[in-house]
Write a protein that binds this ligand. Structure first.
Ligand code: GYE
Length: 304
């Protein structure tokens, strides 16, 4: 008798949650792993109907995507804001439409934190500090020259990784002699590094805000006839496979991890928000850091 069967198998009773996700772009290995994590987690099987779009690193594309999801009347909006500022108007539109917003990966700079439910992501200031502390330990003596490859101008990880590193090297023998954006891509990282190598002949260290720009810098250093990791040391952030391989090979010297696997936390927060349960306003993803030995050890079981 089917009518009296009250056995609940769980997922069948729950309603599918429609979620619109606006991704930053496809600028880096980190981003590819992040996208995969989100798409692999927010599946029909897990109770989601995911609409996903790639903004190609342009804020206007993200705003457009968010507006169209609002118009479609999705249950939840989620996005990784390409830059920190300029979101209040579209977030207010979401609020007016009663659609909860979850931030993943990058933060917005807004005075009104009622405009989103939760922000899930790493502590980028801490990442920059960790990178800077390692650098300070390596160099002792008279002035060492650092060039910095910054992430996308105005992006939370670029602002925070710069600030954290600067704090950590304050009063040390290290000096940042130049700092430019490479937009988190390998190509632009290479170009900016080529410019630095033409301008300065005694660079000791490259601090790149992500692995991809560091990998671009390796190409530029090798093309200039120098040995990356020896003639010029390199620190990066992310710890994606290509970066970890370069670290294991001795071409990068240190990597601060930034975990891109945010899909499970996003799914969890979205389900709770829809169920009317309380969620934490800030979920900090924990990161590690690797030197060459640690990279060799970690590589075989690395998930991304
Ligand atoms: O470090 C970089 C990507 O926002 C943390 O964006 C993310 C950063 C990541 O392009 O590789």
């Amino acid at each position: 008798d089917a009518g009296s069967d009250s056995g609940d198998t769980g997922s069948a009773a729950e309603e599918t949650i429609s979620i619109g996700f606006s991704q930053v772009g496809a600028e880096s290995g980190w981003r590819a792993a992040n996208t995969k994590s989100i798409q692999d987690t927010l599946t029909q099987e897990n109770g989601f109907d995911l609409s996903f779009s790639d903004a190609q690193q342009k804020q206007e594309n993200q705003i457009q995507a968010l507006r169209s999801y609002i118009q479609q009347g999705v249950d939840v909006l989620a996005f990784s804001p390409v830059v920190e500022t300029g979101w209040d108007a579209v977030l207010e539109e979401a609020k007016a439409a009663d659609i909860p917003v979850i931030l993943t990966d990058r933060a917005v700079d807004s005075d009104d934190d009622s405009l989103y439910e939760s922000f899930i992501g790493s502590d980028f200031v801490l990442e920059g500090e960790t990178a800077g502390e390692w650098a300070v330990e390596q160099y002792d003596g008279e002035g060492y020259q650092v060039v910095e490859l910054q992430g996308t101008t105005g992006a939370a990880p670029a602002i925070d990784r710069k600030a954290g590193f600067e704090t950590a090297i304050e009063g040390s023998d290290l000096e940042i002699i130049d700092s430019q954006t490479g937009n988190f891509t390998r190509t632009e990282g290479k170009q900016v590094m080529e410019g630095f190598l033409q301008k300065y002949d005694d660079i000791d260290l490259v601090y790149a805000h992500n692995d991809d720009m560091g990998l671009g810098a390796i190409e530029a250093i090798e093309a200039a006839g120098m040995v990356p990791g020896e003639d010029i040391k390199i620190i990066t952030v992310d710890a994606v496979k290509d970066g970890m391989q370069a670290l294991a090979d001795g071409k990068i010297n240190y990597i601060v991890e930034c975990n891109p696997l945010l899909g499970p936390d996003l799914a969890d927060v979205a389900k709770k928000v829809i169920a009317g349960e309380a969620v934490e306003k800030r979920i900090v993803v924990k990161d590690k850091a690797f030197d060459q030995e640690a990279a060799v050890e970690a590589l075989p079981s690395r998930e991304y």
